[in-house]
Design a protein around this ligand. Sequence first.
Ligand code: FAQ
Length: 330
Amino acid sequence: MYAQMIKTASTGVKSDEDMSDLERQFQARIDAGEKIEPKDWMPEDYRATLIRQMGQHAHSEIVGTLPEGNWVTRAPTLERKAILLAKVQDEAGHGLYLYCAAETLGVTRDEITEMLLDGRMKYSSIFNYPSLNWADIGAIGWLVDGAAIMNQVPLQRTSYGPYSRAMVRICKEESFHQRQGYDAIRACAEGTDAQKKMAQDALNRFWYPSLMMFGPPDSDSVHSAQSMAWKIKINTNDELRQKFVDQTVPQAEYLGLTVPDENLKWNDETGQYDFSQPDWGEFFDVVKGNGPCNVDRLADRNKAWDDGAWVRDGMMAHARKKAAAKIAAE
Ligand code: FAQ
């Protein structure tokens, strides 16, 4: 099974009659648009769903620095290097806000990190694809950050206060990231024939993996119904995927690039693009650990965790020493 941890699908969304008094009061607060704060009562599945989603989101931000970090030393100009470095630092910062926000739910950062490292928790499928050339860095900013914003702007209104507030700053930064990516791929698309070819190749490889970022089709989405009832999620996976396609196709046209989809067509009746679905078999395979870079990504994160053990030990020893000195002085 590609989903784990919380079995909302088997239990379904609880009806009003099946809820306890506390659950009913909680749902009424959600329905009234109130934010839930860390010390408020919440159903255990609400807490677990948030830890799952926020933890996976944090892990994605951190693992997401790997394909771009790969290009910091090879960016074509000093300006592009400085911009990319700043972007990668922002992404790491997003991971840290999100770990802090997740900690308000009663789980430690170490615990959820260990769940990533031993494969119990996921990170976004997109980061299991390699960044092969400089145009890929443009495509990641344009498409991957573009998809991330499409998903994260509604999350600013998510029902859990700390998550919602973290998303406000993250969205501002992601929108800079999207623009820097678009600018980088625009420079390639307006360059020599070889550079234009690189830009098209990057779009060809990143288009469908970007569509997969929104999650499986609604019919296969295990958590959407309950997460939407709790306003953890505001839109379904398919709604956001469609919005992303509608926003991105004119951007590709402006660049003179071709979206790799023969069925892509504006539909006057729906006022949206018709488009081909990604290969969902490939998505489930990547999520299960069989994508092109899954093994390398987890090996890199495990190495970073192991290499950093002496820093964590040193910090803890220092904290214990300070606490002991404080008690001795009292
Ligand atoms: N990859 O029932 P649903 C970024 C899993 S941040 C891997 O539909 P849900 C910034 C899902 O976890 C990108 N797994 O799940 C950046 C569940 O498995 P589980 C990350 C996926 O949660 C840019 C199972 O499939 N953004 O890019 C994926 O209701 C550039 C069933 O799926 C967020 O995390 C996937 N794509 O909806 C950084 C946003 N999709 O947990 C660096 C917050 C689904 O039961 C460079 N998250 N699965 O084992 C969300 O909005 C939701 O969690 C969804 C999935 C929409 C991703």
